[in-house]
Design a protein around this ligand. Structure first.
Ligand code: DLL
Length: 439
């Protein structure tokens, strides 16, 4: 495969994006009733769009627009030109439908192949693909991308963790992909069997579909003996492979911006924020055919940056803080679950399997209960007799330590309950929801 576009000079990249945007706007004006109406409403003539700089003149597209046009209203090709249909996982309501032409499926495979390459995977390696196969884009997306790169794929899908571990032991894949919370579940199963990281064939883990932070990376890397990297994407844009971390750089992900042009907008004013500031990620699909989207409001919070030591020229994004609608307001303080998760990384002995329960009074969130696990090995090293008064005091103090760290870093008071490792419900494949029903 040719990866040279990832290293394109910035001026050439802008030129390419400009050409693609101009073509796209013409394409939509010809083929999309939805965008034709939007252009008319806003009084936009397609001639006004001459370069990528003009993008902010274009309308923003929201998930609600997809819902209002359910199922195929935003498609710009006849049904007989489609090759595939997927849906979003419907975590926030009715699923939204997306269509792909053959060219779109090729593009999808191309960006996933690029992503796997950035994750450390090479042709000839074997992928243990534990993303769900089905209407979710994870399974098939990684599958086609891996084949395009020249890998072999075990299409195991999510769930049945004992079988997953049996097959990893028997088939010895170098690469695994799944959600980060499911990678922890798999690591737990290896731990239960007394198998250490150096006995596991895996070298690279390609993890995404939900927010995750450094503490999860550290656990997965140590327990599975892998480089764990972050893959981001959403079905409305294409699926996984919108952005990807490099396994030697980590810390943030390259956006494959020759196809997906990113902007960061203020959640309230919907105007661009200064470069580097946090806001909602908005993406324009520059090259898709069956369902191109202009300035799609992902609802995911992040910021863009350039990394001085980056290998590639494309812009990077920070890990997603959370979806705007996952934000909790605890006594007036805005909190994302990932910020609590990040606070855990500052307390030795925490296992990042956790749940948050908002406590409400008069429809306001006044407190947050946190349930989290403590590492077995860490607890054993204290040499405390199980359930002795010293043991109880140690666990209580440990919980207070976590509360203090959350207070210091996030600014909210929480009640933390500590559980033994492997005792809270865990991810059984797919995305995990860390926020439990309000009390
Ligand atoms: O989750 C696509 C995907 C599959 C991405 C496999 C990565 C790996 P949807 O089901 O449409 O698509 O959900 C998209 O999931 O808007 C984010 O809120 C969240 N998300 C996806 N990847 C990440 C990530 C797939 N790496 C929604 N970090 C997105 C944080 C993520 N959140």
């Amino acid at each position: 495969m040719d990866f040279s576009v990832e290293y394109l000079e910035l001026t050439q990249l802008r030129q390419l994006q400009s050409e693609r945007l101009v073509n796209l706007v013409g394409y939509l004006a010809d083929r999309s009733d939805f965008y034709k109406n939007k252009f008319n409403e806003l009084g936009i003539s397609t001639q006004e769009i001459r370069s990528i700089e003009d993008i902010s003149k274009l309308p923003i597209t929201y998930k609600q627009d997809l819902r209002n046009n359910y199922p195929f209203g935003l498609f710009t090709v006849p049904k007989n030109e489609l090759q595939r249909i997927h849906c979003s996982s419907g975590t926030t309501g009715r699923p939204t439908v997306v269509g792909y032409t053959k060219e779109d499926v090729d593009l999808f495979s191309e960006v996933v192949a690029r992503s796997l390459n950035a994750a450390g995977a090479k042709p000839g390696m074997q992928l243990h693909n534990a993303y769900g196969y089905g209407i979710f884009t994870g399974g098939l997306g990684l599958h086609y991308g891996a084949e395009k790169l020249g890998m072999s794929v075990l299409p195991i899908s999510g769930g049945m963790t004992t079988r997953q571990v049996d097959l990893i032991l028997d088939f010895k894949p170098e690469v695994i992909c799944c959600s980060p919370s499911y990678a922890l579940t798999i690591a737990d199963e290896f731990g239960k069997r007394g198998i250490s990281a150096d006995e596991i064939s895996l070298k690279y883990a390609v993890l995404g579909s939900e927010p995750w932070t450094e503490i999860i990376r550290q656990h997965i890397e140590e327990r599975l003996g892998v480089h764990a990297t972050n893959i981001y994407g959403l079905s409305e844009i294409i699926g996984p492979g919108v952005s990807m971390e490099d396994f030697e750089e980590k810390g943030g992900s390259y956006i494959w911006e020759d196809h997906f042009y990113p902007e960061i907008l203020d959640p309230e004013t919907k105007q661009p924020v200064p470069f580097g500031e946090e806001g909602v990620l908005v993406i324009t699909t520059l090259t898709k055919k069956a369902m191109p989207l202009l300035r799609y409001w992902t609802n995911d919070i992040t910021s863009l940056y350039y990394d001085e030591n980056a290998k590639r020229t494309m812009v990077k994004m920070k890990p997603i803080l959370g979806r705007a609608d996952d934000m909790l307001i605890v006594r007036g303080v805005n909190v994302y679950p990932s910020q609590i998760e990040d606070a855990f990384s500052h307390v030795k002995g925490v296992v990042p399997n956790y749940y948050l329960t908002p406590i409400e009074k008069e429809q306001m969130c006044v407190a947050l209960d946190v349930d989290v696990e403590i590492e077995d090995g860490f607890l054993k090293a204290q040499h405390l007799e199980l359930n002795s008064p010293e043991y109880t005091t140690f666990i209580e103090n440990f919980g207070h330590g976590v509360e203090a760290e959350i207070k210091r870093r996030v600014g909210i008071t929480t009640k933390v309950k500590i559980h033994g490792q492997d005792t809270l419900p865990k991810c059984e494949g797919g995305k995990i929801n860390r926020i439990l029903k309000k009390k």
